[in-house]
Design a protein around this ligand. Structure first.
Ligand code: MTE
Length: 314
């Protein structure tokens, strides 16, 4: 895969320290009403309008790190449908039409259905603060709002033939400039093994920082699997298929030797072109922090892989 796909961020793409220090940071313990956080003008300049959400505080214990400033999490993105530079999704994603929006759910299920975004938003939502570790060796801590993916899966009743779940993102050349290029094999697809998908940590995500997702972060619905590299977390999902065979993902098509199906965060398995031993917890500039196996969620998920060689199944 070409080297430029995952460029080293330039200093100019990183919010300067004095800028983020002056922002009002996310306030932990925001009320269950999902109080609309008072954000300053430059944050509002981000690509898309967001709305406050109702949610409860999630039961999953947050890691010790404080949430990343919202401005950084919404302006330093990977969303190749809107460009490969980190600042392009925030600039370009306002063209994505996120209403109306439906997700088609099918494959090996007893009750296939198409569900509208309004119905998803009307379900009981909770907030979970998860660290997101990108394969490019940076990380952020984000307060997501959504529900366990298993809640949605149970609505369609997967059959015993369902061994994997395949997620398909929207691919609309007229709304997404990146889809007019051949940087990836569109649509963006990702997948999980059934037990991974049904694990309580796997999060069907509808919002962040108490509001609906900004377009650049994958509005209106995405998946978040916190123990895996960020690329597993498909954005702007339009289809979910329960399938019997391991699906081929967009990144595996781009470079199977670099982006494995499992993609568990693992300091012991280097990416062929860089080490995964350390990471930059943004906005830190240097990768001075040790990467934790399974991104710190080993107690919850390591048993899913007992008996597997994770250097082979990377
Ligand atoms: N989903 C789609 N459809 N397209 C993408 O390019 N990039 C992935 C993932 N989901 C991507 C995607 C990668 S590499 C990362 S690190 C995360 O989204 C970034 O999510 P964030 O911008 O919300 O932090």
């Amino acid at each position: 895969m070409p080297r430029y796909l995952f460029p080293t961020p330039k200093g100019s793409e990183i919010t300067p320290r004095e800028v983020y220090l002056n922002r009002r940071h996310f306030i932990a313990g925001a009320t269950a009403a999902g109080a609309l956080l008072a954000l300053d003008g430059s944050v509002k300049a981000a690509a898309s309008a967001t709305e406050p959400l109702k949610f409860s505080e999630g039961k999953v214990k947050a890691l010790s790190d404080k949430p990343t400033a919202r401005e950084l999490a919404t302006t330093y993105n990977n969303y190749y449908e809107f460009g490969t530079a980190k600042n392009e999704p925030a600039r370009n994603a306002s063209t994505l039409k996120v209403r109306p929006w439906t997700v088609e759910i099918g494959g090996e299920v007893a009750k296939p259905r198409t569900i509208g975004i309004e119905d998803l938003l009307a379900m009981e939502l909770e907030e979970r603060i998860y660290r997101m570790r990108c394969v490019e060796a940076w990380s952020m801590v984000i307060p997501w709002v959504g529900m366990s993916f298993s809640k949605l899966a149970n609505l369609v009743e997967p059959t015993s033939k369902a061994k994997y779940v395949k997620f398909t993102s929207a691919a609309r050349p007229e709304e997404m400039p990146g889809v007019r290029t051949r940087i990836l094999d569109w649509p963006y697809t990702e997948g999980l093994r059934m037990d991974e998908a049904m694990h309580p940590l796997t999060f069907l995500t509808l919002g962040m920082y108490g509001e609906t997702l900004p377009n650049q972060n994958g509005a209106p619905v995405r998946i978040v699997t916190p123990w895996k590299y960020g690329f597993k977390n498909a954005k702007s999902i339009v289809r979910i298929d329960f399938v019997s065979e391991q699906p081929r993902t967009a990144w595996m098509t781009a470079g199977a030797n670099e982006y494995g199906f499992y993609a568990n965060v693992n300091p012991e398995v280097d990416h062929p072109r860089w080490s995964q031993k350390h990471e930059r917890l943004l906005p830190a500039f240097f990768a001075s922090r040790e990467t934790e196996k399974f991104n710190g969620y080993g107690a919850e998920v390591a048993s899913l892989y007992s008996g597997m060689d994770l250097a082979v199944n990377f």
